[in-house]
Ligand binder design. Structure first.
Ligand code: FAD
Length: 290
């Protein structure tokens, strides 16, 4: 059943401060509307519960990609197309570009935003594992001011997050990494394109004098929230590359995650794929050093 359009209201703010004032004046009444690629699906299906929307698409302060010595910072309205075409992102954060290139089709990539992907809080979203593996931080903005939070602490439960109703997600900050870092990103779905993930795996690692001295692993689509896997990382860190490390890592990941069963897949399939991807990541890391 389609939604009855006259029931809905959409306001376009002239400025960021107007937008924040509106959110603060009636907290929870106005919901941000960015690219609309998630919201319009719900509207079409008659399942959009919220009635009042604040169009933030034209807020220039939430756009653009800037580089400093330590960080790359993306406005929340950065689209997937913009992510893929940024040369610094491609060179230093290839997993985010790969996630963007595998998100929907071209129309979705032109309109869908990184901020919308995060704030929509779907556990099956494709950028979050890459953002977790890159230690991303988020700027939440309100009339009360700005606060930066680690992305790892953003999602608190299924579709629950620490962002308050009067806050906008303004920017995503990525700490710039070492040049010799290995990146590994895999989205596993029913098809190669236009598919919702069954498992999404993102990992980075660095090998120094034969020892893995940095490793970050994150998974999407297997739990109510995107997951970082610190226990498996701890088992790998400080080890050399070899079959022993792979076996210990597989054993620990199997204990660390408890994949979900849902319409898209089963927990046993998700567990098996997650372990195989972990092994593939470590094998490719070893091959890259050979
Ligand atoms: C055909 C199709 C294919 C898709 N394929 C994929 C896919 O492969 N992988 C994937 O991960 N996603 C996919 N999506 C989902 C969607 O495109 C993404 O989640 C997209 O990033 C959402 O961004 P948006 O700007 O369109 O968000 P919107 O629809 O505008 O908003 C989504 C939610 O985020 C909130 N929000 C948006 N921006 C902000 C902000 N700055 N501050 C606070 N709250 C905010 C909104 O209030 C809303 O709750 C697909 C969608 C469609 C329709």
């Amino acid at each position: 059943m389609r939604a009855y359009i006259p029931n809905y209201q959409l306001i376009t703010s002239r400025s960021l401060s107007d937008a924040l004032s509106l959110l603060a004046s009636e907290p929870g009444v106005w919901q941000p509307f960015a690219g609309g690629t998630d919201l319009m699906v719900l509207l079409e299906a008659g399942k959009l519960p919220h009635k009042n929307y604040l169009n933030i698409w034209n807020l220039a302060e939430l756009r653009g990609i800037t580089a400093s010595t330590d960080h790359l910072t993306l406005g929340a309205l950065t689209t997937y197309t913009e992510v893929q075409s940024d040369p610094t992102l491609r060179a230093e954060f290839p997993m985010l570009c790969q996630a963007a290139s595998e998100t929907g089709g071209l129309a979705i990539q032109n309109r869908g935003t990184i901020g919308g992907n995060i704030a929509n809080a779907s556990p099956a979203a494709d950028s979050p594992p890459a953002l977790l593996a890159y230690n991303a931080e988020l700027e939440l903005l309100s009339v009360r001011g700005s606060r930066w939070v680690p992305y790892q602490s953003f999602h608190t439960g299924y579709k629950e997050m620490i962002m308050q109703p009067d806050e906008l997600l303004a920017r995503v900050r990525l700490p710039r990494l070492w040049p010799d870092l290995h990146h590994y990103y895999r989205k596993v779905g029913t098809r190669k394109a236009q598919a919702i993930s069954k498992v999404c795996f993102a990992a980075t690692a660095r090998v120094n004098e034969g020892v893995i001295d940095l490793v970050r692993i994150a998974l999407g689509s297997i739990a109510p929230v995107p997951l970082r896997c610190p226990r498996t990382e701890a088992v790998i860190r400080g080890e050399t590359l070899g079959q022993g490390t792979i076996e210990k890592a597989r054993f620990e990941l199997a204990r660390e995650i408890a994949p979900i069963d849902d319409v898209r897949s089963t927990k046993s399939y998700r567990l098996r794929v997650s372990l195989n991807l972990l092994e593939d990541f470590l094998l490719r890391l070893a091959a890259s050093r050979a």
